[in-house]
Design a protein around this ligand. Structure first.
Ligand code: AMP
Length: 225
């Protein structure tokens, strides 16, 4: 049976950080549409060039582009038994297109990382991303030992162009209009688990980890689509 974990949450809610840790813990591949776009961007592909204009303005990349890229990715052999989605779906049409592609009996669980807008703005302002390995640090909450240098691989840390305050505000308003309705969508399917994302990353992870464990143990029909 295919096992799919979705992490929902506003930009900066901690999806990337938590998804990476959960993926290690569960051995599921971590599939981040934002990372896939950034990889295309740095490789200079046509897809990357198209996505860039949307990303830098804080807008969503059109559904058909995201869906094509995502379906290609999850068709790879490493995803045959399951995967963990971070940053997808972000609109109702994406969720519906994805739902309809899932095999009957797929075990689906959706975690919503609930974080206030005020926290999001504060987090994004200090977020630092490693250009080399994708590690996420934070100027205040996980400061690098050496300024501008990734603790994990020694690569260069930088602020994402879309983490500038004016872009974050735009991303938040897009989130409330387009992505927040997905909470209700998955609640109605009986697969939503809400997680308080305001806490420190370790606490959030422990919560997620034990909820995932519980979910795997229960694994009843209500946990399937
Ligand atoms: P993220 O790293 O998840 O914050 O994504 C960075 C940016 O990539 C977003 O602000 C969007 O412009 C684009 N993006 C990522 N995932 C999606 C998606 N599922 N739908 C539309 N745009 C996306």
């Amino acid at each position: 049976m295919v096992f799919v974990v979705i992490l929902l949450g506003a930009p900066g809610a901690g999806k990337g950080t938590q998804a990476e840790r959960l993926a290690q813990r569960s051995s599921l591949p971590h599939v981040s549409t934002g990372d896939l776009f950034r990889a295309n961007l740095s490789e200079g592909t046509e897809l990357g060039k198209t996505a860039k204009t949307y990303m830098e303005a804080g807008n969503l990349v059109p559904d058909e582009i995201v869906l094509g890229m995502l379906f290609d990715r999850v068709a790879q052999p490493d995803c045959h038994e399951g995967y963990l989605l971070d940053g997808f779906p972000r609109t109702l049409p994406q969720a519906e297109a994805f739902d309809s592609k899932l095999d009957a009996g797929t075990n689906l669980v959706v975690f919503n990382l609930a974080v206030s807008d005020a926290t999001i703005v504060k987090r994004a302002a200090g977020r630092l991303l490693c250009k080399a390995c994708g590690n996420i640090q934070h100027a205040e909450f996980s400061p690098p030992k050496k300024d501008g240098v990734c603790d994990r691989c020694g690569g260069e840390l930088h602020q994402r162009a879309d983490d500038r305050p004016e872009v974050v505000r735009e991303r938040l308003s897009v989130y409330h209009a387009e992505t927040a309705p997905l909470v209700r969508h998955y609640e109605n399917k009986g697969v939503l688990v809400s997680i308080d994302g305001e806490r420190a990353p370790d606490e959030v992870f422990q919560d997620l980890d034990s909820r995932l464990e519980e979910h795997c143990q229960e694994g009843g029909p209500e946990a399937r689509v």
